[in-house]
Design a protein around this ligand. Sequence first.
Ligand SMILES: *[C@@H]1O[C@H](CO)[C@@H](O)[C@H](O)[C@H]1NC(C)=O
Ligand SMILES: *[C@@H]1O[C@H](CO)[C@@H](O)[C@H](O)[C@H]1NC(C)=O
Ligand SMILES: *[C@@H]1O[C@H](CO)[C@@H](O)[C@H](O)[C@H]1NC(C)=O
Ligand SMILES: *[C@@H]1O[C@H](CO)[C@@H](O)[C@H](O)[C@H]1NC(C)=O
Length: 333
Amino acid sequence: MLFLLLPLLTALFPGGDSGFEEPVSFHVMQTSSFHNHSWVHLSSGWLGKLQTHRWNSSSGTIIYLYPWSRGNFSNKELMDVERLFQLYFNEHQDFYISQLMFQDPFDLQVTVGCELHSGKGFLGFKQVAIQGYDFMRFQNETFLPSPKGGEKAQKACKLLNFNEAYTQRLHRLLSDTCPHFTLGLLEAGKAHLQRQVKPKAWLSSGPSPGPGRLLLVCHVSGFYPKPMWVMWMRGEEEQLGTQRGDILPNADGTWYLQATLDVAAGEAAGLACRVKHSSLGGQDLVLYWGGKTPQSALGWILFAVIVALALLTVLCIHLFCSSLLPNGFPLFF
Ligand SMILES: *[C@@H]1O[C@H](CO)[C@@H](O)[C@H](O)[C@H]1NC(C)=O
Ligand SMILES: *[C@@H]1O[C@H](CO)[C@@H](O)[C@H](O)[C@H]1NC(C)=O
Ligand SMILES: *[C@@H]1O[C@H](CO)[C@@H](O)[C@H](O)[C@H]1NC(C)=O
Ligand SMILES: *[C@@H]1O[C@H](CO)[C@@H](O)[C@H](O)[C@H]1NC(C)=O
């Protein structure tokens, strides 16, 4: 059934050149702590690496971070999901503290969702870690204990697997509801996910790598989507010593990248940082070290200066200088 949805995905994002940059997935991350006899639950929803939802634990409701975060689900469907989360959080005390007898203080991390694997369709997953260690995972309608989880993990899986109504409901949620929601979300958020935001670029020098050497830094920021090409160049020649940093997220959902080059101080002149990005439509950004203008621009400036000088001379002769010259003085211009 879900295989029927895959052509839709291709129609939404033809050629895989979607601008949607991560593997297609939706997951909910939960961190819960039980400290001083009370629970704090934090929870968020993620479409790939983009956060789309948050959980308001004081009201037990979903916060939609974008107008399209509801995907194509109706209010009733969303309220059903909300109620499911409320019930789920209410059961923590009984399950972890009363039945498994975890002691205060106690930290829990859960990731649950579905991911598209080409050829296999969407696969659901749920992973639970406790005090930072893998505890158990849900796979193919069954909870499996992690070796690090010890006896408590085995007991937890036994209890959960015994409750077939629960494992079947979870399986349906992950392998049916989640993929439908994800595809609806991708469609509703298409304009946002396929947007193109141009980078800004600037140069600076980094900490000196050694005596007589310079570290040239090219900063590129504020671009979307993530794929980005940046290189230090001398003319048309790529400088293979260019070191690319990691692509880091900005708070507004755009990306940041820097590219550095370690050069002898005398060789920095004439180097430029070149930036190619889908938002620039083939018009690469080129920034020259030391503000040096490119050869062709220098040529134009020289040409402009010569033309201006020639015009001035002509003006001077006709409007001004000629009056200073004795009458009949031969003009050779
Ligand atoms: C723990 O809770 C008790 C009663 O609710 C409170 O008086 C105490 O200050 C709390 N301790 C800490 C460390 O939060
Ligand atoms: C969370 O719910 C509470 C209680 O209903 C409300 O006062 C608060 O504004 C909500 N927070 C957010 C961020 O929506
Ligand atoms: C999933 O479980 C079913 C029966 O519970 C089994 O027939 C199937 O082979 C399992 N699939 C995988 C991938 O483990
Ligand atoms: C939402 O969209 C997906 C993909 O287009 C579709 O499979 C699903 O049936 C839709 N759900 C609703 C509630 O309309």
